[in-house]
Design a protein around this ligand. Structure first.
Ligand code: 2BA
Length: 109
C-alpha cells in the first residue's frame, strides 16, 4: 500500500477530488500554504493499493494544469527613492507536486 501526497493549486482541487471519488478512491483534502509564494494551495492525501498508483497519477496529470504567476520581489533593505525598480518575476506553478510513500500499517476502525 502507498500514501500519495498531492499538492495542487486550489483551482484544480475540486475537479481532481470529484474525479478521484467518482472512481471510488478515498481521499482527504487539506488546506495548505506554499512556502515560497505564501499563497493557499490544497494537499490531497490518498491511501491506495500499489496497483492503483499509476491510475491516480494519470488522473492528476489530466486534471492539474501549469499556470504562470507573477510576483513582485521586495527589496531586502530600504533604498533611496527611484533606486529600486521591482521587476515582476515569472513563476510557473504546478500542475502538481506528488510524493509517493510506502505505508507500513493501515487500519480503518
Ligand atoms: P510554493 O512553495 O508557494 O511554490 C510555488 C512555485 O514557486 C513553485 O511551483 C515553483 O515554480 C516556484 N518556486 C518555489 N520555490 C522556489 C525557489 N526557491 N526559487 C524559485 N522559484 C521557486 P511548484 O514547484 O509547482 O510548487 C507548487 C507548490 O508545491 C509549492 O508552493 C509548495 O507548496 C509545494 N511543493 C513543491 N515542491 C515541494 C517540496 N519539495 N516539498 C514540499 N512541498 C513542495
Amino acid at each position: 500500500m502507498k500514501l500519495l501526497i498531492v499538492i495542487v493549486q486550489d483551482k484544480d482541487a475540486e475537479a481532481l477530488l470529484s474525479t478521484l471519488t467518482q472512481k471510488g478512491y478515498r481521499a482527504t483534502k487539506m488546506a495548505s500554504t506554499g512556502g515560497f509564494l505564501r499563497e493557499g494551495n490544497s494537499t490531497i492525501f490518498l491511501g491506495v493499493d500499489d496497483d492503483k498508483v499509476e491510475e491516480i497519477l494519470s488522473v492528476v496529470r489530466e486534471r492539474c494544469h501549469k499556470r504562470e504567476h507573477f510576483i513582485n520581489p521586495a527589496p531586502y533593505a530600504p533604498s533611496a527613492p527611484g533606486s529600486y525598480i521591482p521587476y515582476p518575476m515569472k513563476v510557473e506553478i504546478g500542475g502538481a507536486t506528488i510524493f509517493v510513500a510506502p505505508i507500513d500499517y493501515f487500519e480503518r476502525v
